[in-house]
Design a protein around this ligand. Structure first.
Ligand code: ATP
Ligand code: MG
Length: 180
């Protein structure tokens, strides 16, 4: 039976890839919340420079990294984009278990959820100059060190799918259509 004042929390991100900054946020949320729900955003997009990994690959990265960190109790839910912000919160709500609080640093996500009456918390940024998806993707593309910025379980998944080569190929070809 749930406590009446229990707080179930949602963290949304694209996690391209899931890095040590995300892991710090998850550790904090896991302490503060009863249920932890992680929404994998832009789930339909993969194989672009901004979004190289599929929702399934990101699911694997996150679940392995959290289990390796001793966090066992979480829901991971892929969320596809709908390009209509006015109904985005109801779209998210329809995809995930009930929640009362949202953790985000994204201004639009903050606005949409607070307008819908949710409690929105900003999470502190951990070592943002390095723990950043954009920075890690750039490093992979240019052959620089990136493994120390992600949990080791994430590096293993990326290696197993030849993820660095995928990013480098995407950089080399630009982002044309399949078959160009
Ligand atoms: P990108 O550069 O591709 O946007 P990102 O590092 O910002 O990647 P997201 O998946 O966009 O990662 O972020 C998901 C959530 O995690 C957002 O609310 C974001 O603000 C937060 N976040 C990202 N990096 C950090 C960090 N270093 N410390 C704390 N929170 C972070
Ligand atoms: Mg971001």
């Amino acid at each position: 039976m749930k406590e009446p004042d229990s707080v179930d929390c949602l963290l949304i991100g694209r996690f391209q890839p899931f890095h040590l900054g995300h892991l710090e946020v998850v550790r904090k949320i896991a302490k503060e919340c009863d249920e932890l729900i992680i929404g994998i955003g832009s789930a339909q997009i993969s194989h672009t420079f901004e979004n190289p990994f599929t929702a399934g690959e990101r699911h694997l990265m996150i679940s392995r990294a959290l289990r390796a960190d001793g966090i066992k109790d979480f829901f991971l839910v892929p969320i596809v984009d709908i390009n209509q912000y006015g109904v985005w919160v109801s779209h998210v709500r329809s995809m995930v278990p009930p929640f009362q609080r949202v953790y985000t640093n994204n201004p639009l996500t903050r606005r949409l959820f607070s307008e819908a009456g949710y409690d929105v918390s900003a999470s502190p940024m951990f070592n943002r100059s390095q723990y950043s998806g954009t920075e890690i993707r750039k490093r992979m593309a240019s052959g620089d060190e990136w493994r120390k910025f992600v949990p080791s379980a994430v590096a293993e998944v990326i290696d197993s799918i030849d993820g660095v080569r995928r990013l480098q190929d995407l950089t080399a070809q630009g982002e044309g259509d399949v078959g160009d």
